[in-house]
Design a protein around this ligand. Sequence first.
Ligand code: SAH
Length: 209
Amino acid sequence: MKEIRSKKDLEIVLSKLKGFEKPEINSEQYVTPSSIAAEVIWKAYFNEDVKNKKIADLGAGTGILGIGCLIMGAKDVFFIESDRKAMEICKENVARMKSEDSKLGGAFFYVEDVTEFNEPVNTVIMNPPFGTQKKHADREFLMKAFSVSNVVYSFHKTATEKYITNLALRNGFIKSESFMFDFMLKNTMRHHEKSKEFIKVSCLIFRKA
Ligand code: SAH
């Protein structure tokens, strides 16, 4: 792999990863756009939450967030994903990255529900379901993240930011930063009538108080 010298270099590598073959509506499967994944991982790197750290990617899907962390020097990354098919693609993506860079850290793949994961880590990075299909899906992810880590990077619909920030506070976590993005939901999910739809999504960073 070419040396990563900029956020753009990271984005280019991430843009070449394989995505979902048939996204599942009920699990709200979609890949975080590579530009947004690169932006957040770049930020996390300079916050010293990535290099030499143990990281969990909850609801890893095809792995873009965890793989970005491996590329930026994470010690170990745990990929947690309940969908076997998505995990196969995630493994394929990681194997390809490892074949290009033998110095990448450890990758561990757990096909399980997020509630079953119990490994303490330094940082959680996740783009969980927003709970539009399964109510409170995002809450389950957050509660797990707060129980295994002191630092959590998590994507949510901007409309729910206040609710999520309060939930964090009640669990002893303070929002230290937030970044807003426009996510384009392509018409990969049948229930979206318009061919293109944008929603405001924020990546929130929480730290244990
Ligand atoms: N993090 C990836 C995928 C986001 S889509 C990315 O940023 O590209 C959300 C993922 O969470 C999907 O792959 C879905 O299968 C997974 N998921 C949904 N509910 C889950 C649960 N209860 N436990 C584990 N994974 C779950």
